[in-house]
Design a protein around this ligand. Structure first.
Ligand code: ADP
Ligand code: MG
Length: 328
């Protein structure tokens, strides 16, 4: 890649969606008008080649898609509406401009779906590996944000859709080195790893319900996210392993493997949360009416930690997930 100015010209959006945008790409900084009655949300996430992805498992399109999806997932877990994104990218010499443009195509496909605008970023050279950092700005109605600290003893623990798919996809990709034909089932898991769907609609549904809900997105496996809710809420979470929601295609894997994918696997970007029993009945009914899958997977108790309930006994679940700084 030679010229950052030519790149910026090519990625600058021709049309924008958000009417609150005053100045996007092209000046010293972006400018947008904040909306009355809302709190602003901002989050950021970095993908590093060799740490978060390999060129053999992710095409540039997927890298862009996933970098934006990770941020939209964080916005979803706050109950927010995404509005804008910024992209900081460090490009090694081996990368051609068209590959970099494909990263932006991946982001654009997801941005189009949520009508969010690319409003800025930064471009620089990297010595060896590609690094991409995406920042998303969103908003949520005042008082409607969903924190992890909202769980209370007696709550139902729930999970949206199905879990473990992204980890299953990564295993298939690594086994086949990313370049063999896939069966329909395999292609499903691979797409869950490469283009995971953030649950923005679910997050909005929870925020709009107006009831007390603790919420977290699943980016490091169910075990790690459940621990975060337990710690922030100063409660204990009991999970029922037989209730974890799996996609029917998961049957090709052993029960043990499925559990490992779900508890300790990768970025499913589903939501895990808790709600009072009385509110849960209403949530469940409304989701059923919409045709959305949501599953009760456990309960909240007083105490500390996360446990699996197996044959009426509690097994403590360690706080393990994908941790980049863990010794392996
Ligand atoms: P400055 O020198 O003022 O920081 P830049 O040349 O870095 O300006 O950026 C010019 C414009 O292009 C700014 O609006 C900036 O936000 C945007 N921009 C730069 N790099 C990127 C990128 N990789 N993705 C999106 N927008 C970018
Ligand atoms: Mg700059």
């Amino acid at each position: 890649m030679k010229d950052e100015f030519s790149l910026i010209q090519k990625i600058a959006p021709k049309k924008t969606y958000q009417s609150s945008l005053i100045q996007g790409i092209g000046d010293d900084a972006a400018l947008f008008r904040a909306a009355a009655g809302y709190d602003e949300i901002v989050c950021t996430d970095t993908l590093v080649e060799g740490v978060h992805f390999l060129q053999s498992t992710m095409r540039p399109f997927h890298i862009g898609y996933k970098a934006l999806a990770a941020n939209l997932s964080d916005i979803a877990a706050m109950g927010g509406i995404p509005l804008f994104y910024l992209v900081s990218i460090a490009v090694p010499p081996a990368w051609a401009e068209e590959d970099v443009l494909e990263i932006y195509e991946g982001m654009r496909s997801l941005a189009e779906r949520y009508q969010i605008d690319l409003i800025g970023g930064d471009t620089c050279a990297a010595p060896n590996e590609l690094v991409v950092t995406v920042t998303v700005i969103g908003r949520v109605e005042k008082g409607r944000h969903l924190f992890r600290s909202q769980a209370r003893p007696g709550d139902v623990v729930f999970i949206t859709n199905t879990v473990g798919n992204a980890a299953a996809g990564l295993e298939l990709l690594l086994k086949k080195n990313g370049n063999e034909p896939y069966s329909e089932e395999e292609a499903f898991f691979v797409s869950c790893h490469q283009t995971p769907a953030p649950q923005v609609e679910f997050g909005r549904f929870f925020a709009e319900s107006g009831v007390r809900i603790a919420l977290n997105d699943i980016s490091d496996g169910v075990a790690s996210e459940a621990h975060e809710i337990a710690e922030n809420s100063e409660v204990s979470l009991i999970l029922y392993p037989d209730s974890l929601p799996f996609h029917p295609y998961m049957k090709r894997f052993s029960g043990e493997k499925q559990l490992d994918f779900a508890l300790y696997g990768g970025e499913d970007f589903q939501l895990i949360g808790t709600a009072a029993k009385s509110d849960w009945e209403k949530i469940k009914k409304e989701c059923a009416q919409k045709g959305w899958r949501i599953t009760e997977v456990g309960t909240v108790m007083e105490g500390k930690g996360v446990y699996l309930e197996v044959d009426d006994r509690l097994m403590e679940l360690e706080k393990r997930g994908y941790n980049h700084f863990r010794k392996r």
